[in-house]
Ligand binder design. Structure first.
Ligand SMILES: Cc1cc2nc3c(=O)[nH]c(=O)nc-3n(C[C@H](O)[C@H](O)[C@H](O)COP(=O)(O)OP(=O)(O)OC[C@H]3O[C@@H](n4cnc5c(N)ncnc54)[C@H](O)[C@@H]3O)c2cc1C
Ligand code: FES
Ligand code: FES
Length: 479
């Protein structure tokens, strides 16, 4: 059974939208159709947080709250969720939500343009954590920009929530919301609107059938890359297949040899899971976009874009990850090292999709990763480097090194690896390995960094990795 009616919960009711435009952006719908203008548009590309709203989703009979950027979300993807806007935070009796009250009491707002976005990010934090430590507060608002108040009063406001009662009107109304969310059937969505099509299958089998008939469709996961075609390039996407309603592909499994990440698993889920195995993977993910981005974006989407500065890609390359590709009839497992062909080109063929990513476990190895960007938070890498090696008695037994931002694709540093393999860690060998990077890479100059800067940074990161190993301590500014 499929439907062309999008159903979601808002203001304690089920809202239905019949046959919407598949390219309709949620922010436009909120401001134009719902006529709620608290949610603002700043950048229209997920970078400023002014458009932040919170989505409630039912998982194991509980509501999961996540902050998202409504400016880069397509309206049909709201199916089956609860939409919470800044206006909804005020109780029916007119009293402000504790988060709003704190922002008033601590003077967290001047011109006010960014304020609804901050309030919604802090609201998601309020619902998801029991204690609001400094790192949690900073992480929660890293995707929100304020140009006039400054961040100190906002951080103080967030801190003051530690002494507030956690039971708000959403907690009191939880059972009713769960009942409403359960009433919205888990239907597949199929929309035909003029020359545009939108499909949201619920199962892999269904996805395969749709793909067979709509081979030229664009696969949509978190949409943090694809949606910009509409919001920034101002083009239409005529046929879309939404992957993230397929729960079957939302998993993280571990068979002690590798971690398998299903294609629709969000980065935020991976971020907490992988910390135990590869803490630096989590450190890099924490600096990947913002919470709003990581709540929806996927590793599969990151891999499929094949961006030379995609942050998970050098990490996955150094960990020798494999991509499980599926098509209507076949399954293929491709080493990530062979997956990227050229600038933003991969081996993915029409009719194929990424089903999962396998990340090997190296319990004896040292794994390190570094991201260099102009801004610490919410910025794309200039250079990203990742090292995975085993050292026995100061000798390197096996090693994989990969860099992002150094070539047209994310790439292993094979010459550099060759110098280091089976060598004792000495200053001389590190110098030689640094020189070998000149053979491995010919980086370009662009607005993020010059060619010279990139090469210098790549060499320094290699040096830093070995200093950290030999001195047995981290040399980090922020983490
Ligand atoms: C504000 C902002 C900040 C960002 N910061 C970072 C950052 O710090 N680091 C970084 O690396 N990236 C960053 N990005 C880029 C983007 O978030 C990533 O590329 C992201 O991983 C894409 O995942 P997604 O699920 O949103 O993909 P989508 O946008 O849904 O899709 C991206 C591409 O992948 C394809 N695709 C999606 N799923 C599949 C699948 N299962 N099988 C085959 N193809 C598929 C789509 O067809 C599309 O071509 C940022 C983006 C924004 C807007
Ligand atoms: S308007 Fe800037 S993040 Fe959405
Ligand atoms: S209060 Fe003006 S931008 Fe934040």
């Amino acid at each position: 059974m499929s439907s062309n009616i999008i159903k979601f919960v808002h203001e304690d009711q089920i809202v239905e939208v019949e046959n919407p435009d598949p390219n309709e952006i949620l922010l436009n719908y909120i401001r134009t159709n719902l006529k709620k203008t608290g949610t603002k548009e700043g950048c229209a590309e997920g970078g400023c947080g002014a458009c932040t709203v919170v989505l409630g989703e039912l998982k194991n009979n509980k509501i999961n709250y996540s902050a998202v950027n409504s400016c880069i979300m397509f309206l049909p993807t709201l199916q089956g969720k609860q939409l919470i806007l800044v206006e909804d935070l005020v109780s029916k009796n007119g009293s402000l939500h504790p988060v709003q009250e704190a922002m008033v009491n601590y003077h967290g707002s001047q011109c006010g343009f960014c304020t609804p976005g901050f309030v919604m990010s802090l609201f998601a934090m309020f619902k998801n954590h029991s204690k609001f430590k400094d790192n949690i507060i900073k992480d929660s608002i890293a995707g929100n920009l304020c140009r006039c108040t400054g961040y100190k009063p906002i951080i103080k406001a967030a801190n003051s929530l530690n002494s507030k009662n956690k039971i708000d009107h959403f907690t009191k109304n939880k059972q009713n919301t769960i009942t409403l969310l359960k009433k919205i059937k888990d239907e597949s969505i199929v929309i035909y609107k003029k020359d545009k099509r939108y499909f949201a299958p619920r199962y892999v089998q269904e996805l395969k059938k749709i793909l067979k008939k709509n081979i030229n469709s664009h696969l949509l996961s978190g949409g943090t890359d694809l949606s910009l075609v509409v919001t920034k390039e101002r083009k239409d996407i005529n046929s879309v297949i939404y992957m993230n309603s397929i729960n079957e592909l939302n998993y993280i499994r571990n068979n002690n040899n590798y971690i398998e990440v299903g294609a629709t698993t969000s980065l935020i889920e991976l971020e907490s899971y992988i910390e135990k195995y590869y803490p630096d993977f989590t450190n890099i993910l924490k600096r990947y976009g913002s919470v709003q981005i990581r709540n929806v974006a996927t590793v599969a989407g990151n891999i499929a874009t094949a961006s030379p500065i995609g942050d998970t890609l050098p990490l996955l390359l150094s960990l020798d990850a494999k991509v499980v590709l599926k098509s209507i009839k076949k399954t293929k497992i491709v080493p990530l090292n062979d997956f990227f062909i050229d600038y933003r080109k991969t081996k993915l063929k029409k009719g194929q999709f990424i089903d999962s990513i396998r990340i090997p476990l190296f319990p004896k190895n040292i794994f390190k990763a570094y991201k260099i960007s102009k801004r610490f938070d919410d910025d794309i890498s200039s250079v990203c480097a990742s090292f995975n090696l085993e050292v026995i008695n100061k000798k390197i037994k096996n090693i994989r090194i990969a860099y992002g931002g150094m070539a047209s694709i994310p790439k292993r540093a094979k010459y550099c690896e060759k110098i280091l393999l089976h060598s004792l860690i000495t200053e001389q060998i590190i110098n030689k390995a640094q020189e070998a990077l000149e053979k491995d890479f010919k980086p370009i100059s662009d607005m993020r960094a010059s060619r010279k800067y990139r090469m210098e940074v790549a060499k320094n990161l290699l040096h830093k990795c070995f200093l950290e190993i030999t001195q047995k301590k981290l040399i980090r500014v922020n983490n």
